[in-house]
Every structure is written in structure tokens, then in C-alpha cells.
Design a protein around this ligand. Structure first.
Ligand code: NG6
Ligand code: CA
Length: 512
């Protein structure tokens, strides 16, 4: 071979190896995290539900990876969402329980979040749907002015929100920093006390008779769309939504945003309000299941998932997009409205085989449908690795090649290999689960689980709260339903588990 040929061969080899290096650059797929609200482990057909069918969520599971031990970090909404964004256990943050209507921004500007780390990685980022993490600065949100800080100050480029939850006022949309469609001549007022003696509420017998859906506990303040809510509000008439239209609006806004950002890597946090109370799906879903509106809302959620998949396929982004499907806490039947969830339940088991549900630290409170789907990348299958929504910030940073600042994502572990279904993947070896206040905690290490009711007071409709100093110890391998409390027969195990829980609490972080 002549010298010049040798040189060209060398050049080709160099170019080839350079391109293979390029091939090792992080891939930066689009990421769509779909978070359902109050959806239980057993509420979808790919996790064993037989009384209804969820073909679109099942498609994600069938063509993706279905986790049997996927968790959200808390058994209510705000703390799980706080941890999903910040990668920090919510019990470390005072005031991270269920946010009231006038809550101000819980995640402070400058906090590294799953969105900000992806933004640094070149992603366009958005959250569409339920927020429930507070908006604006103290003392209370400026509903008629700028709702700042909010998602835009912690890494999202765009937001289109239900500010709290659908059972809390105000029943309006927020787009970026403002209530959408607000008429300045009809300002919006939100408060905790009845604004005037004649303000109609769900408590008034005459008003109550005419409600579209009656309440069972709470939810008897301002009435909107024939439904009593938590909290009082007046004004903002032109900005108010109808419950029946929320799901369609999330889909419409998401499709629009995806189309606009299809050429860049994008991150969409699709935060459905389904199936949170009041369950009032669009009329076209009424009666789609035998389970009443709770079942119909699951079918509506499944429809939303289908629309997102269709959009990604239509834009030819199928192999460039990773979906993660999860819920924010376990299921609940009567969460304040008489919607037939109990009377029409039949054989359906919202928590699947597990004990407990929303508000509880038993498995049913935090074990959630957890699916990852990325055609061409994630091999279809079932995984028994332990993963949690709190791990998404660190894992997505790893996926996109971002270094994590030292004091960010303190409890978020890199479980990316498990999320991608790699053969050598490990999940978490331990996990803390919490209730709403973060004062009742459970620690799982391998198959052992300790439950510690640190200072929670038992309350009438929250029978899971047992009072201070009560402990339970279970071996989940032998007793997945947490029926046989082993605390007296295994005092040393109880002690070592409680010490480990205390250690993680005191350390202030999990990640070294
Ligand atoms: C509770 C509400 C419940 C629901 C929950 C928040 C009452 C009696 N109960 O306080 O209806 O709104 O808060 O749910 O008002 S979550 O999924 O957003 O955390
Ligand atoms: Ca919830």
C-alpha cells in the first residue's frame, strides 16, 4: 500500500472513530412524563383491572417496560409533585403538604428541578395540567396581576395550568404568568372566608338540592359548575372552565405545544387532573364503564394518553420520544363527593392486591402504575426493579448528559439503567414513603418495610393515621399485603430499620 493510501485509510479510521464517539453523545430524546392524579396500581387493565379497559396505557406497557415495583414518593399530591420536580423528599421541606387555594410558590426560584436541568441540556420545557404547588409570592397570589414566581421561574419555558386541583378554587386556567381570559372589569377574588352573607355555598340547603354532584365531606364552599368546592371565590367569570372540558384542554394545549417544539428536544410534564374529585369527565365518556364517573374518568385519562401517542407518531417522533407514565398517589373512593365510586365499585380493586390507598403509607398509597416507553430503545417487558418518581430528575440528567450541582436532587437516585430496562440494571435498594404531612414515614430496605407514625394524630376520615409511637414491620416478600405485623417477633429488625430511617432523615440527603 502506498503511503498516500495509508494516510487516507488512517483518515477514514479517524473519521469513523470520531463518528462513533459522536454516537456516544447523549441522545436527548423528547421526554413526556404523564402523571395521573389518584390513579391506583390496580386501576388500569395492564395492571390487572378487569372491569374496565385502558387500551392506550396498555399499549405503553405492552410495547414498553411495565414496573411492578414503581412508586411515587408520597400518598398525596403536593409532596409527590414537589419531589418529582426537586428530587428531594418533601418531608424535608416545611409546608409541602396539600396546597390550599391561595398557596404561594412552594419551589423557590433558583431551585434546580427536573425541568431546569433539561433546559440546561437544550430542551424546551413545559407543564400542562394540574400544578398544585402554589403560585406567586407571599402573602398571596396576585390573581389579577402577575402570578410570579411559578413554573417559569424554575425551569419551564411554558405552562398552561389548573392552578391547584379541580376541587379547589379558583376554577380558571393560568397560562404563563396570568389567569387566561380574565376580564379586568370582573376581578378574581379568592379567600378562605365567605365574602358576603348572601354568597351561595354548597352548605345552603336550597343550593345543595340543585347541585350537579353532591358533596360528602368538605367541598361545600363556593359552587361552580353545579359543584361545591374547597375555598371561596368571586369574579373572573369569563375565565372559568367547565370540569367536563379540562381533559380536552390539556390535550389541545399539549398538541399545540408539541407541534411548535417538534424540532428541538422537548420535555412535557403532562399533569392530568384525572381522576381527582370532583370526577366529572366530558359527556362523551359518561357511562363508558360500569364503575360510574370514577371509571369513566380513567377511560378519559386513557384517551388523553392515546392522543399524546398519536401526536408523537404523526410528527414522526416515535423513536425520538420517551414516555414515562405514573400516578401521584394511590387511589381513593370517596374523597368528598357522592359520585358512585363506592356503590358502583363491584369487583374492581383500585389498589390491586395491596393494602391502603391515598393518604396511607401502606403499599397501596404509593405503589403506582409506572411505565417507560421508547420504541427502538426500551425493550418491551416487565421489571421488578424498585424505582420512584423522585428518581426522575437525576435519571433524566444522566440520560441527557448533565452534571448535577452538588446540592440539587438530594434524594433522587440514578435509576436510568432500570428505566431503560438494561440487563445489568439495579433499582433502588431502599426508599422512604411518606404521608401528606411527612410526619408518618415508611422505609423499605430490600423486602423489609417499617412504618413509623411519628406524630400524626388519628383523624376521623383518615383511619390510616394511627398516632405517635406506633410502628409496624412487614416482610413484603412473604407478606405483600402488609397483614402480619412482625414488630414484636423481630425487635432487632424493627430497631435497625428505625435507626436507618432516622439516619436518612437526619443526614438531610440520600445521594452522596
Ligand atoms: C383533602 C380533601 C380531598 C382532596 C385532597 C387533596 C377534604 C375533606 N378532603 O384535604 O378532597 O382535595 O385534600 O388531594 O377536603 S390531592 O390528590 O391533591 O393531594
Ligand atoms: Ca393526587
Amino acid at each position: 500500500m502506498r503511503f498516500t493510501h495509508l494516510i487516507s485509510l488512517f483518515t477514514i479510521i479517524t473519521l469513523l472513530s470520531a463518528s462513533s464517539l459522536v454516537g456516544k453523545e447523549p441522545e436527548k430524546p423528547n421526554v413526556i412524563v404523564i402523571m395521573a392524579d389518584d390513579l391506583g396500581w390496580g386501576d388500569v387493565s395492564c395492571y390487572g383491572a378487569t372491569e374496565l379497559s385502558t387500551p392506550n396505557i396498555d399499549k405503553l406497557a405492552k410495547q414498553g417496560l411495565r414496573f411492578t415495583q414503581g412508586y411515587c414518593s408520597a400518598s398525596t399530591c403536593t409532596p409527590t409533585r414537589f419531589s418529582f420536580l426537586t428530587g428531594m423528599y418533601a418531608f424535608r421541606q416545611p409546608g409541602a403538604g396539600i396546597a390550599p387555594p391561595n398557596a404561594t410558590a412552594l419551589v423557590k426560584p433558583g431551585t434546580e428541578t427536573v425541568a431546569s436541568i433539561l433546559q440546561k441540556s437544550g430542551y424546551k420545557t413545559s407543564v400542562i395540567g394540574k400544578w398544585h404547588l402554589g403560585l406567586g409570592a407571599k402573602p398571596k397570589p396576585d390573581w389579577n396581576g402577575l402570578l410570579k414566581p411559578g413554573p417559569l421561574e424554575i425551569g419551564f419555558d411554558y405552562c398552561f395550568l389548573l392552578p391547584t386541583t379541580n376541587d379547589r378554587v379558583p376554577s380558571v386556567y393560568v397560562e404563563n404568568h396570568r389567569v387566561k381570559g380574565l376580564d379586568p372589569k370582573d376581578p378574581l377574588w379568592v379567600g378562605r372566608k365567605k365574602p358576603s352573607p348572601d354568597h351561595p355555598t354548597g352548605k345552603d340547603p336550597e343550593v345543595r338540592k340543585k347541585l350537579k354532584m353532591d358533596w360528602s365531606h368538605g367541598h361545600n364552599h363556593t359552587v361552580h359548575n353545579g359543584i361545591g368546592r374547597i375555598g371561596y371565590y368571586t369574579g373572573g367569570k369569563s375565565a372559568r372552565w367547565r370540569d367536563e372540558d379540562l381533559a380536552d384542554e390539556w390535550v389541545k394545549q399539549s398538541v399545540k405545544w408539541i407541534e411548535k417544539n417538534k424540532d428541538k428536544p422537548f420535555f412535557l410534564f403532562f399533569s392530568s387532573h384525572d381522576l381527582h374529585v370532583p370526577r366529572m369527565p366530558h359527556e362523551r365518556f359518561h357511562g363508558k364503564t360500569k364503575l360510574g364517573f370514577r371509571g369513566d374518568a380513567i377511560v378519559q385519562l386513557d384517551w388523553c394518553v392515546g392522543e399524546l401517542i398519536k401526536t408523537v407518531d404523526r410528527l414522526k417522533l416515535t423513536e425520538k420520544t420517551m414516555f414515562v407514565f405514573v400516578s401521584d398517589n394511590g387511589p381513593v373512593l370517596d374523597d368528598g363527593y357522592k359520585d358512585g365510586a363506592i356503590t358502583k365499585l363491584g369487583k374492581h380493586k383500585p389498589s390491586g392486591p395491596y393494602r391502603g390507598g391515598k393518604y396511607s403509607i401502606y403499599e397501596g398509597g404509593t405503589k403506582t402504575p409506572f411505565i417507560t416507553y421508547w420504541p427502538g430503545k426500551i425493550k418491551p417487558g416487565v421489571s421488578d426493579k424498585i424505582v420512584c418518581t423522585i428518581d426522575l430528575p437525576t435519571s433524566l440528567a444522566a440520560l441527557t448528559g448533565q452534571a448535577i450541582p452538588k446540592n440539587a436532587f438530594l434524594d433522587s437516585l440514578n435509576v436510568l439503567p432500570a428505566l431503560l430496562g438494561q440487563s445489568d440494571a439495579k433499582g433502588r435498594d431502599h426508599l422512604i414513603q411518606q404521608n401528606n404531612s411527612g410526619k408518618t414515614l415508611a422505609l423499605r430496605v430490600g423486602d423489609w418495610k417499617v412504618l413509623s407514625y411519628i406524630d400524626a394524630k388519628p383523624r376521623k376520615h383518615l383511619t390510616y393515621q394511627k398516632g405517635p409511637g406506633k410502628y409496624e414491620l412487614y416482610n413484603l416478600a412473604e407478606d405483600p399485603q402488609e397483614k402480619k405485623n412482625l414488630k414484636d417477633s423481630h425487635p432487632e429488625k424493627l430497631q435497625s430499620m428505625l435507626e436507618k430511617l432516622e439516619e436518612i432523615r437526619k443526614a438531610g440527603r440520600t445521594r452522596s
